[in-house]
Design a protein around this ligand. Structure first.
Ligand SMILES: CC(C)(COP(=O)(O)OP(=O)(O)OC[C@H]1O[C@@H](n2cnc3c(N)ncnc32)[C@H](O)[C@@H]1OP(=O)(O)O)[C@@H](O)C(=O)NCCC(=O)NCCS
Length: 136
């Protein structure tokens, strides 16, 4: 059994989408077109974890020229609590820092206690007094 963390490639999209579909707390899976456009811009920051070539973890990340952002972190249930998510976050963080990101932001639902515990363990803290605004 060998675990490998690597840059996410377009060839990983199908397996990553399947992982997201079976993972709680991820929400809608992007269309293939939106996903490949995201990777074309940000593939250097996104990471995939594979156990013997099978996708067991995924993390999207982006850089806007100032800040880095993380999205859709997921690890297959059978592979949790082995440091896989922490490993992907560490690798993506290194790439974002090298690109010049001075801060990395992410959103977590208040109801997702385990994700909050994970991110707090990685050194992230809730930015008090800030609301996320959005529209369609
Ligand atoms: C959150 C998630 C990605 C963590 O993946 P993981 O590979 O199991 O995480 P790691 O093994 O790297 O955990 C590192 C540390 O984070 C903390 N942590 C991780 N999962 C935790 C949980 N369920 N409860 C409390 N703390 C947790 C622990 O401190 C852990 O270290 P430890 O195992 O030595 O105690 C995974 O549970 C998951 O896919 N959840 C569903 C999707 C989701 O909610 N994604 C986040 C969206 S913001």
């Amino acid at each position: 059994m060998s675990l490998d963390i690597a840059r996410m490639d377009v060839s990983d999209m199908e397996a990553v989408s399947a992982l997201w579909r079976e993972t709680e707390g991820i929400g809608d899976v992007p269309s293939a077109g939106a996903f490949s456009a995201f990777l074309a811009r940000n593939g250097g920051f996104c990471r995939v974890a594979k156990e013997d070539g099978v996708v067991v973890g995924a993390l999207l990340a982006s850089f806007d020229g100032m800040r880095g952002y993380f999205y859709r972190l997921a690890v297959s249930r059978a592979f949790r609590r082995r440091g896989i998510a922490a490993g992907m976050v560490a690798e993506a963080t290194r790439a974002l820092r090298e690109a010049g990101a001075d801060r990395i932001n992410l959103h977590v639902f208040d109801s997702n206690g385990s994700a909050k515990a994970f991110w707090e363990r990685q050194g992230y803290r809730t930015y008090e007094g800030l609301s996320m605004l959005t529209r369609r």
